[in-house]
Design a protein around this ligand. Structure first.
Ligand code: SAH
Length: 397
C-alpha cells in the first residue's frame, strides 16, 4: 500500500480523529504518481500507523480518512458504513415525518466526499472528492443492495470538485428515471422536487424540522419569507393559518415550483393568502423599509455567504444587513426566524451578528430558540465542520 509520512507533530489532528490531512502536513509520499482517489496509509514521522485514507493529489486536503483502524478498505467496508448510516436514520425516525431525507452526510457518516439523499424511490448521489470518485461505482451498487432502491441520479456538479481535479458530472447513474420531477411528502405537505435542475440535490432537506417549527408560530400573522426557494417555509406557514405570506426569491424557476407546490396542497393551503415576488432580498427589504411596510414574522434563510472562514468578514456584513432590516420591518411582538448555513460562521458569531443587527436597528429582542440541521444531517464529534446550519428564533420586544 502507498504510504504518506507526516511531518513531526502533524499527526495531532489525526490522533483527535479529525479526517483531513493538508498538503502542508506531509513530509513524504512514497508513490506520488498513485491513482487519484486510491487508498493510502498515513504514518507519523516515526513511522507509526495513524489511519487509512483516500489520496487527492491535486487538492490542498491531500488525504481524507476512511478508517483509523488497520483494516481493509474494500466493498465490505463501504457496506458496513452504509448500513451504519441507514441505522442512524432509522434510530432518529426521520421517516415518520417525510419520505425525503439525507441518507449519507459525508464525513459525518465516515464517508468523506459522499452525499446521498433519498427522495422516495430515487437516490441522488453527489461525489465531491477523488476518493469518492474512486469508490463511486462500488458505493452505487451497495446503495442498491442495502436500500432496495433501483434508481440513482448523480448530481456531482459542485464547484469543489475542481479542487480535486474533477469535472462536473450529472445524469442517471443506475436504473431508469424518466422524469426529473418527483413529489415528496414532508410533515403531510406535498412538494415537487426537481432533482436534475434544483439546488443541491433538489431540496433543502436540512431545514425540514425548522420549516415545521416556524409554521407553528405563523397563525394569524403576516409573514415575509425571504430566500423562499420552492416555498418550504411559506407552505408550512399557510398550512398553519398565517394571515398572509409574501415569498421572495431571485430565482424564477424556484418561484414557479413554489406556485406548483401551493396548488398541490390546496386542501390545506389557501392560495389567496399568498404572493410571490421575484427580486433581490437586499433591495426589497430596503424598499419595504422606505414604504413603511411591516410584518408579524420574517424568515431569513439566505444562501451560504461564507463557504469558509476566509469569507467571514464580508459575509458578516451581509448577514447583519438583512437582519437589521428585518428587525426594522417587524411589528412589536414580531418573530424573526433567521439562519446561516455558512461553514465559515459559527453559532456564536452568528448570534453576535444578529445581536448587533438588533442593536443598530434600535430594538430589543429575545432568543426563544436555537435551531440547527435535522437529524438526518448528523455531526461527527470529531468533525465539527459537519455542523453548519444554525438558526435563531427571536421575538422583538
Ligand atoms: N428556505 C428555502 C431554502 C433557501 S436557499 C427552503 O426551505 O427550501 C436560498 C435561496 O436564496 C435560493 O432559492 C436562491 O435562489 C435565493 N437567493 C440567493 N440570493 C438571493 C438574493 N440576493 N435575493 C433573493 N433570493 C436570493
Amino acid at each position: 500500500m502507498m504510504k504518506i509520512i507526516l511531518n513531526a507533530g502533524r499527526e495531532k489532528s489525526l490522533l483527535r480523529r479529525h479526517p483531513w490531512v493538508f498538503a502542508s502536513a506531509i513530509k513524504n509520499v512514497d508513490a506520488p504518481s498513485a491513482a487519484s482517489g486510491s487508498t493510502v496509509d498515513l504514518l507519523s514521522s516515526e513511522g507509526h500507523f495513524l489511519a487509512r485514507a483516500s489520496y487527492s493529489p491535486t487538492s490542498q486536503i491531500r488525504a481524507r480518512v476512511w478508517t483509523f483502524n488497520d483494516e481493509p478498505v474494500d466493498k465490505e467496508f463501504f457496506r458496513r458504513k452504509i448500513r451504519e448510516a441507514i441505522a442512524l436514520r432509522q434510530m432518529s425516525k426521520v421517516e415518520s415525518h417525510t419520505n425525503a431525507y439525507r441518507l449519507i452526510h459525508a464525513e459525518s457518516d465516515g464517508l468523506p466526499g459522499f452525499v446521498v439523499d433519498q427522495y422516495k424511490d430515487i437516490l441522488v448521489l453527489q461525489s465531491t472528492t477523488a476518493g469518492s470518485e474512486f469508490w463511486k461505482d462500488t458505493v452505487a451498487d451497495l446503495l442498491i443492495e442495502e436500500t432496495g432502491i433501483q434508481n440513482i441520479y448523480e448530481r456531482s456538479d459542485v464547484d469543489v470538485r475542481e479542487l480535486e481535479g474533477l469535472k462536473p458530472i450529472t445524469g442517471i447513474l443506475r436504473g431508469t428515471i424518466t422524469n426529473s420531477q418527483l413529489q415528496i411528502t414532508e410533515y403531510d405537505l406535498k412538494f415537487n422536487v426537481d432533482i436534475q435542475h434544483g439546488h443541491k440535490t433538489g431540496f433543502y432537506l436540512d431545514q425540514r424540522a425548522n420549516r415545521h417549527r416556524a409554521g407553528e408560530f405563523a397563525k394569524d400573522r403576516d409573514v415575509l419569507n425571504c430566500f423562499c426557494y420552492t416555498g418550504g417555509f411559506s407552505i408550512q406557514a399557510l398550512a398553519n393559518g398565517a394571515k398572509s405570506v409574501l415569498s421572495v426569491d431571485s430565482s424564477a424557476d424556484a418561484l414557479s415550483l413554489l406556485e406548483e407546490n401551493i396548488a398541490l396542497n390546496r386542501v390545506r393551503v389557501p392560495a389567496d393568502r399568498h404572493t410571490s415576488l421575484e427580486g433581490d432580498v437586499f433591495q426589497l427589504l430596503r424598499k419595504f423599509r422606505d414604504e413603511n411596510r411591516s410584518f408579524d414574522m420574517i424568515i431569513l434563510d439566505p444562501p451560504k455567504f461564507a463557504p469558509t472562514a476566509a469569507h467571514a468578514e464580508k459575509a458578516s456584513r451581509a448577514y447583519k444587513d438583512i437582519n437589521l432590516l428585518a428587525f426594522k420591518l417587524l411589528r412589536h411582538g414580531g418573530i424573526l426566524v433567521t439562519f446561516s448555513c455558512s461553514g465559515g460562521i459559527d453559532a456564536a458569531l452568528f448570534q453576535k451578528i444578529v445581536a448587533s443587527a438588533a442593536l443598530d436597528a434600535g430594538v430589543d429582542a429575545t432568543i426563544t430558540e436555537h435551531l440547527s440541521q435535522g437529524s438526518d444531517h448528523p455531526v461527527s464529534l470529531h468533525f465539527p465542520e459537519g455542523s453548519y446550519l444554525k438558526g435563531l428564533v427571536c421575538v422583538k420586544g
